[in-house]
Design a protein around this ligand. Structure first.
Ligand code: SF4
Ligand code: SF4
Length: 396
């Protein structure tokens, strides 16, 4: 007969102390109210049981990834890599506990032991080897701009435009970087790119738990910025934005960062960009977690869409702005392979389509890739477009 284990026999103070050292703050403040679990995007998935409210208690007892049983350990690793870092739970906790930072501490521990999903090991390896998660050569990073006359950044230019790895290399998402460059050129903005001197910002691998490779790429980028006297960086990915704005200052470097939606909104307001061609479609805007909830940028992308003639802007009722539901691509989720009926993106695609929209608008390359691929796999042909692509259709 299978005997249930006593919790007292499983307590592991060494793991608890290691988790605390790796950033699992606030674990003793949890009083198991369960409010966090109700907002987690895994909750409406329904087919996957993910009781995140247990995590702080398990961390306080050192019961994370501590089993010596192979199957139990594999289940623990799977659980720890389910969190997509959307931070919906952070807003709900009455005691200010940051659940994703506890998951991240657990991941740092697993990465140190080499016990994490193979697919993510491959992502981390590619970023270490060639500076991007797709494994393409550095020299091809600026291929998206080849026929656009985008100059190499020089000291004195106003902006470094840092197109993220996905919009630099992915054949579909490259069109976002091309739209951004075209609009900036038309508005007469002084900007350049650093081509193969750029490396992945490292946001995703830091959240996967690979602190060492994150530091490598972050230092490579900050050295390149310093070498080229970069003072302002313009990004189209909210993940690069959050990394540059919230993580890089720990390295003691100073530069300003702007998300493209903020800059485009300002350029439209000042009259430097004039959207004049009709885009007569119903467009629903999906708030990316890393832009909205994590950096409080909600109105700038909506302002861009509202400025376009003929466009009718829709919202997902109840689940917009800070209550937007994650697409599932953050914290390594973009590369994870979960069962078809176990995908957060499926829930979000259904919510977005149910608004009656003709187009889904995003302001993040991860959301673009995740929502587009998921919608297709569910048999929907609704286009998913970045706000820059929609604006380009109206003003170029
Ligand atoms: S960050 Fe998001 S996915 Fe992770 S536990 Fe919190 S609500 Fe769930
Ligand atoms: S909401 Fe906060 S206090 Fe309540 S169970 Fe979750 S982490 Fe614990």
């Amino acid at each position: 007969m299978n005997k249930k284990k006593n919790i007292a026999d499983q307590i592991n103070p060494e793991i608890r102390d290691a988790l605390l050292e790796m950033g699992a703050d606030g674990i003793y403040r949890c009083y198991q109210c369960g409010k966090c679990a109700g907002t987690c995007p895994w909750f409406p998935v329904g087919t996957y049981d993910f009781p995140i409210f247990r995590l702080p208690l398990e961390a306080a007892l050192g019961m994370i990834a501590s089993s010596e049983d192979k199957d139990e350990l594999a289940a623990e690793i799977d659980k720890i890599y389910r969190c997509v870092g959307c931070e919906a739970c952070v807003d709900q906790c009455p005691h200010g506990i940051n659940i994703p930072s506890i998951f991240r501490a657990g991941r740092r521990l697993l990465v140190d032991f080499g016990s994490y999903p193979e697919i993510l090991k491959s992502t981390v390896r590619k970023i270490h080897d060639v500076g991007n998660p797709v494994g393409e050569p550095r020299e091809k990073r600026s291929d998206w701009a080849r026929d656009l006359n985008v100059p190499v950044f020089e000291p004195g230019m106003e902006f470094l435009y840092f197109s993220c790895c996905i919009s630099s290399y992915d054949p579909r998402v490259k069109s976002v970087a091309r739209a951004v460059a075209g609009i900036l050129q038309k508005a007469g903005i002084s900007f350049g790119i650093l081509q193969s001197e750029e490396s992945c910002c490292g946001e995703a691998i830091r959240r996967i738990g690979s602190e060492t490779v994150y530091e490598e790429v972050a230092k490579a980028n900050t050295s390149a910025f310093e070498r080229n006297s970069v003072a302002k960086v313009l990004v189209n990915s909210p993940h690069c934005y959050t990394s540059f704005k919230n993580d890089y200052p720990e390295l003691g470097v100073k530069f300003d960062v702007l998300h493209i939606s903020e800059h485009l909104s300002d350029l439209i307001e000042s009259g430097a960009i004039k959207p004049d061609k009709e885009f007569a479609k119903k467009v629903v805007y999906h708030d990316p977690c890393a832009l909205g909830r994590q950096n409080d940028i909600y109105e700038a992308p909506r302002n861009v869409l509202r400025s376009i003639p003929g466009l009718e802007l829709l919202e997902v009722e109840n689940f917009n702005h800070g209550l937007s539901v994650c697409c599932g691509a953050g914290s390594g989720g973009l590369w994870m392979e979960w069962d078809k009926d176990e995908r957060i993106a499926g829930v979000r695609v259904t919510q977005l389509i149910d608004t009656g929209a003709d187009v889904i608008a995003v302001a993040c390359p991860y959301c673009l890739q995740m929502l587009e691929e998921t919608a297709k796999s569910m048999g929907h042909d609704i286009p998913v477009m970045d706000i820059a692509e929609i604006l380009a259709e109206s003003c170029l």
